[in-house]
Write a protein that binds this ligand. Structure first.
Ligand SMILES: C[S@@+](CC[C@H](N)C(=O)[O-])C[C@H]1O[C@@H](n2cnc3c(N)ncnc32)[C@H](O)[C@@H]1O
Length: 339
């Protein structure tokens, strides 16, 4: 996918909008010249794009807010169906007549089905091209596109209250948006025995919709900073902070990059493992390193990870002690203490 994307990006005009999620990150990491604008729901990608001098928007794929004057949208399809359907729907209504929606992906990404759906939504003939292992779909907006039926995007832009979350808000476009993660629920059971004293500062690293923050906020008078890389997660978490009157704030960041050093008494974290279609090997290490940086001396971190991740061993580089508090249901809970 990167070879094809790289070619498209090099041919783009200043009226091109590149919608980038984690699958575009390796291209940006290499550094590149690109004339159009970029929209991403990921904070690290927006930062990376800005470092390449690209005009970038960070939002939950809010096309309406940034597609004025755009003639072409290039979108390497995301992993989540609701996000792809949302982008196709939004492109069909925001691009002018004659504008192009270009989707690309490998066979396993579902690109063939998306090409069909984009054509249906734009009321145009399917145009799917094969380039090695990659596929390119081009749909041109025409006067009939206004009559196309919207694809089911699980009400992508709306904050929702899925039944399993006991009243918390969430929405599509983020990790496990409509369920409580088993590992996170297990981690929360250990909060009562590891609480900091008094009015402590707590950081929820990779907060998602804010499940861990909501659980720990009930247990004391804490100031909680919740941070995530994903715009959908941040929107949901901010809504939950407001609804539950949680003291603190919700910030974008790459593994806590925007949080001052030595500022927290406790870090709570269920770190990510997968990024889009890739597994990012160093993610756990980055989360550990950032947790140690954010904590004040003697501060503690509570982590939950899949049991096959050797967190205790990895933590030795950044923490003075590491205890495995529980191993069950395929997860391990660790308490780490900073020097
Ligand atoms: C396993 S989920 C846990 C979510 C939430 N804490 C919970 O317990 O439900 C990991 C979270 O890390 C976020 N994440 C992924 N990469 C990140 C990064 N580089 N920086 C910050 N957060 C990231 C994901 O968006 C996701 O919300």
């Amino acid at each position: 996918m990167l070879a094809l994307l790289s070619r498209l990006v090099s041919q783009a005009s200043d009226k091109t909008l590149w919608i980038a999620d984690e699958n575009s990150k390796p291209l940006l990491q290499r550094g590149l010249t690109y004339r159009g604008a970029l929209l991403s729901n990921r904070w690290d990608i927006v930062k990376q794009a800005q470092a390449c001098g690209i005009k970038s928007h960070f939002s939950d794929f809010d096309l309406a807010a940034c597609s004025q004057d755009v003639q072409q949208i290039i979108y390497p399809v995301s992993k989540e169906k609701a996000a792809v359907h949302h982008v196709i729907n939004a492109a069909a209504t925001t691009l002018p007549v004659g504008g192009e929606l270009v989707l690309l992906g490998e066979k396993s990404s579902g690109i063939k089905t998306y090409a069909q759906k984009a054509a249906q939504r734009c009321q145009t003939a399917k145009n799917l091209q094969k380039h090695g292992n990659e596929y390119l779909s081009i749909s041109t907006v025409n006067p009939e596109s206004a009559n196309g039926v919207a694809l089911d995007d699980s009400d992508y832009l709306t904050l929702q209250q899925p039944a399993a979350l006991g009243g918390l808000y969430s929405k599509p476009g983020q990790f496990g948006w409509n369920k409580v993660d088993v590992g996170s629920a297990l981690l929360a059971e250990h909060f009562p025995s590891s609480l900091p004293e008094g009015q402590a500062n707590i950081v929820d690293l990779g907060c998602g919709y804010g499940y861990l923050s909501a659980r720990i906020a009930q247990l004391g008078d804490y100031r909680i900073t919740a941070t995530d890389n994903n715009a959908a997660a941040l929107r949901s978490c901010a809504e939950n902070f407001e609804k539950l009157d949680i003291k603190g704030n919700v910030l974008p960041g790459d593994a806590g990059s925007e949080i001052p050093a030595n500022s927290a008494d406790l870090v709570i974290c269920n770190p990510p493992f997968h990024q889009g279609f890739q597994v990012e090997g160093d993610l756990t290490d980055r989360f550990l390193e950032q947790a140690a940086r954010i904590l004040r001396p003697q501060g503690k971190a509570l982590f939950v990870v899949n049991e096959f991740i050797p967190l205790g061993k990895k933590a030795q580089r950044f923490f003075s002690t590491s205890e495995c508090l529980e191993k069950s249901k395929g997860f391990c809970i660790y308490r780490l203490t900073k020097q």
